[in-house]
Ligand binder design. Structure first.
Ligand SMILES: Cc1ncc(COP(=O)(O)O)c(C=O)c1O
Length: 407
């Protein structure tokens, strides 16, 4: 039998390398990343929200005054000041059990997802993921050898009947159901938020089947107006040392170039995550985390939240108005109250991916929905990010795009 190492060159891939899958959106980058396009494609925060001058001032001061520390290696757990601020943030969000021992800082939530997948999942374990879901999360779980099984999302969050059925099928097939990956708030890619009851019911299902919940939550502070404020995280409903692993990030409320995020959960799990992180990168960027610590502690992140919420709220409204005006007959879309994304479902016969070239020719980029589905579905769906363009360009681009879908 061929070993995973057999190859015609010296660089034959390992079994893990063979499990890694290319990111379908990054693969489209050459097409949808052209700078001249009106882009609803990039799932990234707007550079207009980055506090450049503040970051430059703090970075310069830290380097000149504290260069011995901030240009040096740091502990794997990360900056103690930032970890303390994260624990305060978690408690403020209702997670009373948040603790320093149960927190590990990471180089972005993406690293957190990778570490959690490595530490929790054995090859062949089943992890339940949302249909659609965040591609980076799927990639981390696939790399760890998880078998990914999808469950649908309704307007109020997970379809628990479907999830229950998938768990049953998994058990009958003799496989190990291990975890649920969920993005309950302003989900990427759909913009959907699970209600309070849906969160409680998901936790109850996880308890019944002894599943870990991986709560991936980078968007919850980006809500539009008080009425858009999401329910507390699932982690707030769970007990200390229970089954929720929570991932938070500063990428969407500060900037993703400073790679600052965290995982919060059972202290024993965090000790294992620390070992995995040590093997991955020894420590996150000391400088990045020192800058973020200074900004969070100095109130510069919280102080900017109202403006960030207003900024994205206005863009979201502009996109929703365009959809109300011009969406093709028979299509539906989500009405997010936070985050960066709207999800559109076109009539079943329309293949969104097949219209991408025409859209780009006409000057507009979007992301087809199919790559966000692990079950091969979603061909008539698309993700629209309202983060990049201003309301005027949103109106212009949406008029063009919706005309293409109406044809
Ligand atoms: C749901 C979700 N989780 C995690 C991430 C990764 O964020 P970061 O690594 O910048 O913290 C993203 C980024 O878009 C995301 O949408």
């Amino acid at each position: 039998m061929a070993s995973p190492h057999s190859s015609s060159t010296a660089f034959g891939p390992s079994a893990e390398a063979l499990r890694m899958r290319p990111n379908a959106i990054r693969a489209l980058a050459a097409l949808i990343g052209r700078p001249e396009l009106i882009s609803f494609a990039g799932g990234v925060p707007s550079p207009a929200t980055f506090p450049r001058a503040q970051i430059a001032e703090i970075a310069s001061r830290l380097i000149l005054d504290e260069g011995d520390r901030v240009l040096q290696y740091a502990s794997t757990r990360g900056n103690a000041r930032l970890a303390g601020a994260v624990v305060d943030r978690m408690r403020r969000a209702g997670v009373a059990w948040a603790s320093r021992e149960g927190t590990i800082l990471t180089s972005g939530s993406q690293q957190g997802l990778d570490l959690v997948a490595r530490v929790l999942v054995d090859p062949g374990d089943v992890v339940f993921v949302e249909l659609p879901s965040y591609i980076g999360g799927l990639a981390a779980l696939w790399a760890a050898g998880a078998e990914l099984v999808g469950f649908g999302l309704g307007s109020d969050g997970p379809d628990l009947g479907a999830l229950e059925a998938r768990v049953g099928e998994t058990l009958r097939a003799g496989k190990r159901p291990r975890a649920i990956h969920t993005i309950p708030t302003f989900q990427n890619p759909s913009g959907i938020t699970a209600g309070g009851e849906a969160r409680a019911n998901l936790l109850e299902l996880a308890r019944r089947h002894d599943l870990v919940i991986i709560e991936d939550d980078p968007y919850s502070e980006v809500y539009f107006g008080e009425e858009g404020k999401p329910p507390p995280p699932i982690a707030a409903l769970a007990g200390a040392r229970e089954r929720v692993v929570y991932l938070g990030s500063f990428s969407k409320v500060l900037c993703p170039g400073l790679r600052a995020a965290w995982v919060a959960g059972d202290p024993d799990l965090c000790a294992r995550l620390e070992l995995a992180k040590e093997a991955a990168d020894l420590c996150s960027s000391t400088l990045d985390h020192a800058i973020v610590a200074e900004m969070v502690d100095g109130g510069m992140v919280d102080g900017r939240l109202p403006a960030i919420r207003e900024f994205y709220g206005e863009r979201c409204r502009a996109m929703l108005e365009a959809l109300e005006r011009d969406a093709p007959e028979g299509s539906t879309w989500t009405r997010p109250t936070g985050g960066l994304f709207i999800w559109v479902t076109l009539p079943e016969r329309v293949d969104a991916g097949a219209r991408l070239h025409a859209a780009v020719e006409a000057g507009v980029a979007f992301v087809p929905g199919a790559p966000f589905f692990v079950d091969g579905g979603g061909s008539n769906t698309l993700r629209l990010a309202f983060s990049k363009e201003d309301p005027r360009r949103i109106a212009e681009g949406m008029a063009t795009l919706l005309k293409i879908f109406a044809e």
